[in-house]
Design a protein around this ligand. Structure first.
Ligand code: BDR
Ligand code: CA
Length: 317
C-alpha cells in the first residue's frame, strides 16, 4: 500500500512510525513533519531519530509547516516531554532531512502518482490543508485519508476539542471539506476511541519482554521506556491505567481495519466559536447538511490492537 505519513513526533507518533516500519505491506513513500506536539525543528529531528532507531535511514523525511494556518501555535510538551520523546535520549541524528518542503512533497507526490496514495495523518493538518489549497485536484489521487483527530465526547485540550484539531482547526476543516468535494474516503479515529487503547502496565511489560533475557530488541525497549514517561498528568486526571496510544491506531487501522468499528456520518470542524473551536461536529441524521462526510471510528478491539503492535515490534529483535 503506497503510504505517506504526516506527523508531529511525539511519543505516540514515534510508536506509529515504528509500527509502520515493521509492516512490509506498507510502502512508506515519505514522512512529512509538522509543528504540533513540539516545534517543527524538534518533530523533524525526532522523525530522524526514530527512523534511525528502526534502522530505516533510507526513508525520506520532509519538514513541513512551522505553525498553524490561522491561530496562534500551541504545543504539548507537558504531555510528551520537552524533547517530544519523553526525555529519552537518542544519539545525535545523522540521516539528512530532505530539502523539499513537506507541503511541496505532498503536492508533487499526489499530482500524478502511478497508484493512488493513502495518507495517514497523526498531527495537526496544516501540511495537508496547505497542499490541498495549492492544488485542490491532487485530492483525486488520494486512495483515502486515515487520521487521528477530533473528539465527539470530551476533548483533551478543552472540554470540546482534541489536540490535533484544536492546534489547527482551520486546516482540519479544509481537509474534511476538500476530501468530501473530491469524494476521498476519510477515516477519522477520534479521542473517544484512542482513549480505549491504553498501554496498561501488562501491555507495556509485554513490550519490555521482547527485550529481556537472551532477547535484544532496542526498539521495544525504547518504546517501553518512552511509554513510562508519556502523559502522566493526563493519566492521573482521567484515571487511566497507562497512556493512550492515539496515533498507532491509524496504522493499525491500515493493517487490520477489522479491529475497529466505524459508522458513516456527516461532519465538520468548528472554527469560529471561542468555546468550541476545534470541535469535531458530527451529524448522524443529516439534519445539519454538513459539508464533510467521514467514516468515524466508534470502537476498537484494544487487546487485538496491542497484540498487533507487540508482534510487529517483535520484528526489530
Ligand atoms: C493527539 O495529540 C498529540 O499529542 C498526539 O500525538 C496525538 O496525535 C492526541 O490528541
Ligand atoms: Ca501526533
Amino acid at each position: 500500500m503506497p503510504l505517506i505519513i504526516d506527523c508531529d513526533p511525539g511519543i505516540d507518533d514515534a510508536v506509529a512510525l515504528l509500527l509502520a516500519m515493521a509492516s512490509p505491506q506498507l510502502d512508506l513513500l515519505g514522512i512529512t513533519t509538522v509543528a504540533g506536539n513540539v516545534s517543527i525543528e524538534t518533530t523533524s529531528t525526532n522523525a530522524r531519530s526514530i527512523c534511525e532507531l528502526g534502522q530505516r535511514t533510507a526513508l525520506k523525511i520532509f519538514p513541513g509547516c512551522p505553525r498553524p494556518m490561522v491561530r496562534e501555535p500551541i504545543i504539548a510538551a507537558h504531555v510528551h516531554g520537552e524533547n517530544g520523546l519523553g526525555g529519552v535520549r537518542f544519539p545525535p541524528a545523522q540521516m539528512p532531512l530532505q530539502q523539499k518542503h513537506g507541503v511541496d512533497f505532498l503536492r508533487d507526490s499526489l499530482r500524478s502518482p502511478s497508484a493512488p496514495i493513502t495518507l495517514a495523518t497523526l498531527g495537526p493538518l496544516t501540511n495537508v490543508a496547505m497542499a490541498l489549497i495549492q492544488a485542490p485536484e491532487i485530492a483525486q489521487h488520494l486512495e483515502r485519508i486515515v487520521m487521528m483527530g477530533g473528539a465527539v465526547g470530551a476533548g483533551n485540550v478543552t472540554g470540546a476539542a482534541e489536540f490535533n484539531f484544536y492546534a489547527d482547526p482551520h486546516a482540519a476543516q479544509v481537509v474534511l471539506h476538500s476530501a468530501a468535494e473530491y469524494d476521498v474516503p476519510v477515516v477519522v479515529i477520534p479521542l473517544d476511541v484512542t482513549h480505549r487503547a491504553i498501554a496498561t502496565p501488562a501491555r507495556r511489560q509485554a513490550l519490555r519482554n521482547l527485550s529481556s533475557g537472551s532477547l535484544s530488541n532496542p526498539v521495544a525497549k525504547t518504546v517501553a521506556t518512552m511509554l513510562d514517561n508519556y502523559g502522566l498528568r493526563e493519566q492521573r486526571d482521567m484515571g487511566f491505567a497507562g497512556p493512550p496510544l492515539h496515533d498507532p491506531c491509524v496504522i493499525a487501522y491500515l493493517l487490520q481495519p477489522a479491529l475497529f468499528e466505524t459508522e458513516t456520518v456527516s461532519a465538520t470542524v468548528e472554527i469560529a466559536s471561542p468555546w468550541t473551536q476545534g470541535r469535531l461536529v458530527v451529524d448522524r441524521n443529516g439534519e445539519l447538511d454538513l459539508p464533510g462526510r467521514i467514516e468515524l471510528a466508534t470502537g476498537i478491539d484494544a487487546d487485538g490492537f496491542y497484540k498487533l503492535l507487540t508482534e510487529a515490534l517483535g520484528c526489530f529483535g
